[in-house]
Design a protein around this ligand. Structure first.
Ligand code: HEC
Length: 165
């Protein structure tokens, strides 16, 4: 099995923290934004934030900031997989991109290349399932899956989300 480098784990944990910081800023913009898709955008931000919180819990253990706890790791992995498998298709209506709406950082590319977006979603879902099988099996198993799961968040953000810094 491929071992995750500690540098890789560090960068994943840093990404999760940066994502949470960015989420707060967007939330403030959202409160003032009463555009036509304000609810869909708020809901997708909420789901993303929930995913970030759970991967953050896994990342803290992977990095050694928090002691490995099989039950806590399994709970975070189960939550993450459940959140990944929600049908959120109603949350991405046409016209809710960042060119048309102030409260979002979703790029028009997401709608121009819906098949690519769906494929990246599928990669992410599969990685959360693998994490579900590994998280409770020891720190090394968790770390190995973290190295595969984290990049699936980033791959989609890079293609379909405006940079947050
Ligand atoms: C298939 C694509 C995709 C995947 C997979 C994905 N995201 Fe996102 N994420 C997005 C898009 C698009 C946005 C921008 C949403 C918006 O602003 O309307 C976003 C926004 C976010 C935000 C900012 C929320 C806010 O309030 O502005 C956070 C945090 C986030 N994602 C974390 C994650 C984490 C952590 C993962 C993996 C565990 C993940 N995302 C997986 C596409 C994805």
């Amino acid at each position: 099995m491929k071992r995750t480098t500690s540098a890789g784990i560090l960068s994943i944990a840093a990404l999760a923290v940066a994502a949470l910081a960015g989420a707060g800023l967007n939330g403030a913009a959202e409160a003032q934004d009463k555009g036509p898709f304000a609810n869909q955008i708020a809901a997708r931000h909420g789901i993303m934030l929930y995913r970030a919180m759970n991967i953050g819990a896994l990342g803290a253990m992977a990095k050694g900031e928090v002691a490995y706890d099989a039950a806590a790791a399994q709970k975070a992995a189960d939550n993450l997989a459940a959140a990944a498998h929600l049908d959120d298709s109603m949350l991405w209506p046409e016209g809710s991109d960042n060119g048309a709406h102030a409260g979002t950082i979703a790029l028009p590319a997401l709608w121009a290349d819906k098949a690519g977006f769906d494929a990246k979603y599928a990669d992410f879902r599969a990685a959360t399932e693998a994490m579900q099988g590994a998280a409770g099996q020891g720190l090394e198993a968790l770390q190995a899956e973290m190295g595969k799961l984290g990049p699936t968040c980033g791959a989609c953000h890079k293609a379909y989300r405006a940079p947050t810094n």
